[in-house]
Design a protein around this ligand. Structure first.
Ligand SMILES: C[S@@+](CC[C@H](N)C(=O)[O-])C[C@H]1O[C@@H](n2cnc3c(N)ncnc32)[C@H](O)[C@@H]1O
Length: 266
């Protein structure tokens, strides 16, 4: 598959090429294999098959997703969360704290949050309860997230103490398995941020990092952003990726602690 054909595919799904700069080669290989399995030699024929068959289209859409992540990605975010946002959020609180990891990939962001929450010892007698909703369009990534097994590269930002406390390592030491107690109170579900429905209820914090704002184009991107962020509580927090920015149309978001990654919804 050449770059021109890849661009045709991006246009078909209304995806932006921005997110694919470093991973394009691998994604193109996956798509070429899919085309081959369907005996499609020409991109035009492949696009016709996608248009005619929802299952094939979904398979291709899943192959276009990129799951690169790691624990404690973007240190600044976690530092502001740990030092400022979470202590303020739980002070005097009895209602559950609700978090949505939207486009959670293989779960690194979700378990990072669980680790930060545990490390801070924020609960008193189990209060406030923590409820995490973790969604992704790719069901394979979700299945892997629920298993919670990672390689050394994914956990490289964690301290030795965190690795010892929150992971069991497999014989040989190259795989790190999240301990079962960190897997509780997480509702995993398959959801498309662009065309799906929001999970029910309002959230205190939404992680919307390295997916919608990177890979999609307007008008879908702007519309989905509006819908997703409508689930934020008043004064709720939105966290985006290091190379992302809010859509120009996004009003009522105030940057927190001088970062351009964390915003409060007013
Ligand atoms: C690069 S990972 C980001 C994971 C994590 N949020 C982070 O920042 O480390 C992008 C994830 O977004 C998911 N994704 C892409 N498009 C999506 C969509 N339309 N709806 C839901 N998830 C989507 C992908 O399947 C992938 O798991």
């Amino acid at each position: 598959m050449d770059d021109h054909q890849f661009k045709q595919l991006l246009a078909y799904f209304n995806l932006s090429g921005k997110g694919y700069r470093k991973v394009r080669k691998g994604v193109k290989k996956r798509i070429a294999r899919h085309m081959q399995s369907l005996s499609c030699r020409q991109i035009e024929r492949y696009l016709q098959r996608l248009a005619a068959d929802e299952t094939i289209k979904n398979q291709c859409a899943a192959l276009m997703t990129v799951s690169i992540s790691r624990f404690y990605r973007d240190r600044r975010v976690w530092s502001v969360l740990e030092k400022e946002l979470l202590p303020d959020l739980v002070a005097g609180r009895t209602a559950p704290v609700r978090i949505w990891s939207a486009g959670c990939g293989r779960g690194e962001e979700v378990y990072s949050f669980r680790i930060a929450w545990k490390d801070l010892r924020l609960q008193r007698n189990g209060r406030p309860r923590l409820e995490i909703v973790a969604t992704d369009v790719n069901s394979d990534y979700l299945a892997q997230a629920q298993k919670g097994v990672y390689n050394r590269g994914s956990v490289r930002e964690l301290t030795a103490e965190q690795l010892g406390r929150y992971f069991e390592s497999r014989p040989g030491g190259s795989r790190y398995c999240i301990r079962p107690e960190l897997k509780t109170n997480i509702a995993w579900s398959c959801q498309d941020l662009v065309s799906g429905q929001n999970p029910p209820g309002l959230f205190d914090i939404i992680f919307l990092r390295n997916n919608l704002l990177t890979y999609y184009r307007d008008p879908q991107k702007g519309a989905a952003f509006e819908r997703v962020t409508a689930t934020l509580q008043h004064n709720g927090t939105l966290i985006i990726g290091a190379h992302e920015r809010l859509p120009d149309t996004a009003g009522r978001f105030v940057p927190v602690s001088g970062t351009n990654l964390i915003f409060q919804y007013r």
